[in-house]
Ligand binder design. Structure first.
Ligand code: SF4
Length: 349
């Protein structure tokens, strides 16, 4: 198969285009078409000759993602697309719209970094699929460009990218960072580093590497429990990197970057939503620059736990805040379209 178009960084793209015997400035035109105009197919590159468009279509693969299923929630705020990849594997990408009066509309795309996932979190449909393969940097980039273009066609703008879809992004570290760097390139898509958030289940050595690189990308940790026994029962990776190691590297990250860390907490009724859990969490993160993002769990087939109701969620938040830890309760989204991570892809499988 030809190399996929979004797998090239600018020097590689220049070398490839120059090898076709065309003037050097053509590479810049292709790059601008891809990342400034968001052109998706060779026919759209009207700044190139017909001959060159044809050559480009023959020699480079443009159909990186083939949309095969598409769901929109009843409220129109969550759109989920199931994509087929060149080898017949499937991934999901979700667009979430947030419109709050008096604030700029937010358009956030949640992207995948792997087909399936090897981390085996018990409440997650992707985890139940197991690990299939890594995505290339181009397959990660393509998801963002696809939705950026959709929004552009609707007169809207992408504002945030969260790396929280299928897969553990730090388990595909190189491709994930390459994708972010390509999208962040000021001479291209120019999407600010601070508008990305990477969410990890807690791969301690790679969080350390991420901290050492002093990236301006936001970091979120899927914590979900403040005691090892409970966390290990939900996130098997906790056996390898227990909470004390994880919080130690979180402190290191904050020291290195001076950036606030977010702890994700999927509220599961009667499991991790008790005031006692909130107290333990507050004690463990004392003094750490952090914020807790709690979301009632999306129902997942194959997992019995139920998302916490609003009253219990409120008490959890208040308990944390009284103990000095800021917390936001987010509404879970897109239940009617199976918007939880991996739900559509595992159904397809
Ligand atoms: S929650 Fe994330 S890390 Fe855990 S199994 Fe699902 S995709 Fe993988």
């Amino acid at each position: 198969m030809n190399k996929q178009i979004y797998d090239f960084d600018f020097p590689e793209l220049s070398a490839r285009v120059n090898s076709w015997g065309v003037p050097k400035y053509r590479a810049q035109q292709v790059w601008d078409g891809l990342y400034k105009n968001l052109w998706l197919a060779p026919e759209e590159f009207t700044n190139l000759s017909k001959e060159l468009r044809g050559k480009m279509g023959e020699l480079v693969e443009f159909n990186v993602l083939k949309p095969v299923d598409y769901r929109e929630s009843k409220d129109g705020e969550t759109l989920k697309t199931l994509f087929e990849l060149h080898d017949g594997q499937h991934i999901e990408t979700v667009l979430m719209k947030y419109d709050t009066e008096g604030r700029q509309p937010r358009r956030t795309v949640c992207i995948s970094t792997q087909v399936g996932c090897g981390m085996g979190c018990t409440f997650c449909a992707t985890g139940q699929m197991g690990f299939k393969r890594q995505l290339s940097s181009g397959e990660i980039v393509a998801q963002v460009i696809y939705f950026a273009r959709k929004l552009q066609d609707a007169g809207e703008t992408l504002t945030n990218v969260v790396v929280m879809g299928m897969g553990e992004p730090l388990h595909n570290y190189a491709a994930t960072m390459e994708a972010i760097d390509r999208l962040n390139n000021p001479d291209g898509f120019a999407f600010g580093a601070r508008r990305f958030t990477i969410s990890t289940v807690g791969l301690v050595p790679l969080i350390k590497r991420f901290a050492d690189e002093k990236r301006q990308v936001n970091l979120a940790i899927s914590l979900h429990a403040a005691e090892d026994e409970l966390r290990s029962s939900m996130l098997p990776i906790n056996e390898k990197y227990p909470i004390s190691n994880l919080l130690e590297v979180c402190r290191y990250y904050v020291e290195q970057t001076h950036r606030r860390i977010t702890f994700e907490w999927a509220l599961i009724e009667g499991v991790n939503d008790t005031p006692e859990q909130a107290h333990i969490l507050a004690r463990r993160v004392k003094g750490l620059l952090c914020h807790v993002n709690a979301i009632p769990l999306n129902p997942t087939q194959g997992f019995n736990g139920k998302g916490t109701g609003s009253e219990r969620a409120k008490i959890f938040k208040e308990t944390l805040e009284q103990a000095g830890v800021t917390c936001t309760i987010r509404a879970h989204r897109g239940i009617d379209i199976q918007a939880g991570c991996g739900q559509l892809a595992s159904r397809e499988k």
